[in-house]
Design a protein around this ligand. Structure first.
Ligand code: ADE
Length: 243
């Protein structure tokens, strides 16, 4: 059984399989999992240890603190997957050294067959296992987690919500942050006055074109202030918007 029972399937290799599905078993992703829109298999790397202590790590050559996951154990776990040439899922190793995960990469992955995701613990994984298996190194941001598992949940969630049928109203995907290279505009709902604060007048006008214009202006302003990197790219593509 390779767990590939749905159109999009994730296989996570981890020392903590009980962490899955975790948050992926709730809300949108959890409902889609129950509905068979995607599938999830957690493989316990420790099952591939060969000694009676089920050792998966060792001290780093060259010295230094921490432990490194052994190449032979990680490689055996990867090779155990029932994947033939027909399995074209990207094979990803989550690490702070990887290329940053972007909405574009999530879109590409959601359009594909799924993902094989290796989660590291300790100081890292022996480089030879990464190279021998041609793993794509991916980071979810410039900070260090205690292991790849929360990053795997982030990556899988970002992909799953883009699968057809997972988000009820596909318009909410088209308008959200990053889809146009901008952060999203702010949102308001009832009560109309709360804590002495009112809702911007234009949103009550019923004038769709003016609402759209206001939202775009807000999205541009928020992006300019908070994310100069995104703003420079966006403004460079819009005539008349100086950086
Ligand atoms: N493992 C530890 N930190 C990580 C990060 N920032 N991204 C992906 N995997 C990680």
């Amino acid at each position: 059984m390779n767990g590939r029972t749905a159109p999009w399937s994730a296989t996570v290799l981890t020392l903590f399989p009980e962490m899955f599905p975790g948050c992926l078993g709730h809300s949108l992703a959890g409902k889609a999992l129950d509905d068979g829109l995607w599938s999830l298999e957690a493989v316990d790397i420790r099952d591939f240890a060969r000694d009676r202590h089920a050792t998966v790590d060792d001290t780093p050559f060259g010295g230094g603190p921490g432990m490194v996951m052994r190449a032979d154990i990680v490689d055996a776990a990867l090779r155990s997957l029932d994947t033939g040439p027909a399995d074209s899922r990207p094979r990803i190793f989550l690490s702070p050294r990887g290329a940053p995960l972007t909405q574009r990469r999530a879109r590409e992955m959601a359009a594909g067959p799924g993902a094989i995701v290796l989660c590291g613990r300790y100081e890292g994984v022996d480089q030879r296992a990464i190279e021998a298996n041609g793993l794509e190194e991916m980071s979810i941001g410039d900070y260090v987690l205690s292991g790849g598992e929360p990053a795997a949940a982030v990556l899988i969630d970002a992909c799953v919500r883009l699968l057809p049928g997972v988000v009820g109203d596909a318009r909410s995907l088209a308008e959200e942050s990053f889809e146009r290279g901008l952060l999203e505009h702010p949102h308001y709902t009832r009560p109309q006055t709360w804590n002495g604060m009112t809702v911007p007048e234009v949103l009550l006008s019923g004038h769709h074109a003016r609402v759209a214009e206001w939202r775009l202006a807000q999205a541009e302003e928020i992006t300019r202030l908070r994310r100069p990197d995104l703003w420079a790219r966006y403004a460079g593509q819009q005539p008349g918007k100086g950086v």
